[in-house]
Write a protein that binds this ligand. Structure first.
Ligand code: ZN
Length: 322
């Protein structure tokens, strides 16, 4: 991610919860978390085997199986909203003939842009995010070997688009490296809004310290300031995010972050323009930490990225089907 530099949240103390973890898993038997349970039993989520993800079982599992409390809005005319916002995207939009997501619109927002580093003046321009002003966009991070976050996010976006179009969804990307830089975070939000998206997912990988591992999903906090009013999307976005977290664990076997979110894999923030300015359900997914060598080995693997794309897509499908 690297919006404001490394370490956007203070690291949280690790807890050893091996005992309670077992109990929680036995009690909940969450299908969505079996993958993680196996992973944890074999080797813990890394970093000394600490089970920092334990409490995630409660949070993520409770949600992953829970019926949607917020039915997606009827979407009779979604196709009409394939808004021709000219410079945008690129999604070749295969005709969604049929499938369970027919009529649903999903916007995928690949974080950053591979060309951002050539346009520092433009992306450093301040934009209004409701609560304050912030950089238009950032370059994103990379692995120690130079695999850029912006390449990662586009690759996962393409894989997700294929999976979701198979389900009949109309899929739109906010950028496809088809523009020199950006879009700015406020425009990224507007693209989802203009598309009347049923769900928006912004893709990222983090740039935290080595030893910090795992994924997390960022949910919008309740913001009512300036042009930002997230109050209507906080609930459905949480539902979307919890379903993505549960399915991400199930499909990838990756543990929730051991450095933010208290092991839940969920973090709520009010400082991201892409969330603050959204009027449709939206979350960010930080798929792993590019600066940790073990996470980097996953993030640079095409096979793993396919799993990540499927986990996130399965979460979206679950959310949209209710
Ligand atoms: Zn990022």
């Amino acid at each position: 991610m690297s919006y404001t530099g490394p370490g956007f949240d203070p690291p949280q103390p690790r807890r050893s919860l091996r005992g309670p973890l077992t109990v929680a898993l036995a009690a909940l038997v969450p299908g969505a978390l079996l993958g993680w349970a196996v992973y944890a039993a074999v080797d813990g989520p890394g970093n000394g085997g600490s089970s920092a993800g334990a409490s995630a079982t409660a949070s993520a599992s409770a949600s992953s199986g829970a019926p949607s409390s917020t039915a997606p809005s009827p979407s009779g005319d979604r196709k009409a909203s394939a808004s021709p916002t000219a410079e945008e995207s690129s999604s070749p939009s295969a005709p969604a003939a049929s499938g369970p997501l027919k009529g649903k619109v999903v916007v995928i927002d690949p974080g950053h842009n591979p060309g951002n580093f050539r346009h520092t003046a433009e992306i450093n321009r301040q934009v209004d995010i409701g609560t304050n002003r912030k950089e238009c966009d950032t370059t994103g991070t990379s692995t120690d070997d130079g695999y850029a976050e912006a390449r990662f996010t586009l690759d996962v976006a393409h894989r997700m688009r294929a999976l979701l179009e198979e389900q009949g969804a109309t899929v739109k990307l906010t950028q496809d490296a088809d523009r020199p830089f950006g879009p700015c975070v406020d425009e990224r939000a507007r693209i989802g809004n203009a598309a009347k998206a049923d769900a928006v997912v912004s893709l990222h990988a983090d740039g935290s310290g080595a030893g910090n591992r795992g994924f997390h999903v960022i949910l919008p906090g309740a913001v009512d300031a300036g042009a930002a009013d997230t109050r209507a999307i906080v609930g459905p976005s949480r539902d979307l995010g919890e379903r993505i977290a549960g399915n991400f664990v199930r499909v990838t076997g990756s543990a929730p972050s051991n450095y933010v979110g208290g092991g839940t894999g969920l973090v709520t923030r009010k400082d991201l323009g892409g969330l603050n300015l959204s009027t449709v359900p939206k979350v960010f997914v930080e798929c792993g930490n590019m600066r940790d060598s073990e996470d980097a080995a996953l993030l640079t693997s095409g096979a793993w990225r396919q799993k990540a794309a499927r986990g996130i897509s399965d979460g979206i499908v679950s959310f949209l089907r209710g």
